[in-house]
Write a protein that binds this ligand. Structure first.
Ligand SMILES: [Zn+2]
Length: 283
């Protein structure tokens, strides 16, 4: 499932192809994904100039010249493919249509953006530009982990007195938006906090220390995604999934990378999801 860095990588990949160009033709090949598409979506997209691509949590927001914003959510398996970019940033010819190509946008400049989603947990919606914070998917969300509102004092106050494991608190999208299983595991490792430790048993200074660590983990992953974008001329034009090495995620049994530790990384299941951590380094 794409997490925030993957979504940001998709945004950065789409921006140079879409921003400033006009959607010459929009094709919508089915009535819904996770939810029904908005009424007349193809007609409302056709002829619109793309002003700007933004991101809020794991949602890409495409501001259109007519005053609407297109929300895109990749869901579990959604992929964005770019082909036929006349400016040569993507050299791929248009591929043969595939079964799960649900939405296809042909830009005036020649690029084609295809949204493919076999499992159909993705979503698209249209709303008036500027109203996104009241959209049903965005209104419940806490602050952006890379934004100014996500401060040490904010996180200390948000977790104060909670009896939940710190991992569950960091996955709670109302506390901080866009963090998923992988990057929470990585952040807790760097902060040397056990994923099972309950919030109220963690000193405020250690909670506060999570904020710069979370920012670093996400920034490193976004940088890795950026390097992957530069390889797309050779790749298949698909945005957003990139090779990235993790310190603990997916490394059960492998030695901890902390110097002088080397203990095997452990996996426990919390709320049905795997947590990877070092029981020596993380307390
Ligand atoms: Zn260790």
């Amino acid at each position: 499932m794409p997490e925030l860095p993957e979504v940001e990588t998709v945004r950065r990949g789409l921006a140079p192809v879409m921003e400033g160009d006009v959607i010459a033709r929009a094709r919508v090949n089915r009535p819904d994904l996770r939810w029904p598409f908005p009424a007349d979506m193809a007609a409302r997209l056709t002829g619109q100039r793309v002003e700007r691509l933004r991101r809020r949590s794991k949602y890409i927001l495409v501001d259109l010249s007519g005053g609407e914003t297109l929300l895109i959510h990749l869901g579990m398996s959604g992929r964005m493919l770019v082909s036929g970019d006349a400016l040569g940033r993507f050299v791929h010819d248009h591929p043969a249509p595939e079964k799960h190509d649900h939405v296809v946008l042909d830009m005036e400049g020649g690029a084609r953006i295809t949204f493919n989603d076999p499992r159909r947990f993705g979503a698209m919606d249209l709303m008036p530009t500027g109203s996104e914070e009241t959209h049903k998917l965005i209104a419940p969300l806490g602050p952006e982990p890379l934004g100014n509102l996500f401060s040490e004092s904010y996180l200390i106050a948000a977790l104060k007195g909670r009896n939940t494991p710190v991992k569950a608190a960091l996955l709670d999208q109302r506390i901080v938006a866009g963090l998923g299983n992988i990057y929470v595991c990585e952040a807790l490792y760097r902060a040397r906090i056990s994923p099972a430790r309950r919030c109220r048993h963690i000193a405020a200074a250690r909670i506060g220390g999570l904020v710069p660590v979370i920012r670093d983990v996400l920034t490193d992953a976004i940088a890795a995604g950026g390097s992957s974008l530069r390889d797309y001329r050779q790749a298949d034009g698909e945005l957003g999934y990139f090779q990235h090495s993790f310190d603990v995620y997916g490394r059960e049994g492998a030695p901890c990378r902390t110097p002088d530790c080397g203990a095997p990384i452990r996996r426990i299941v919390q709320s049905g999801r795997s947590s990877f951590y070092c029981s020596q380094c993380q307390r």
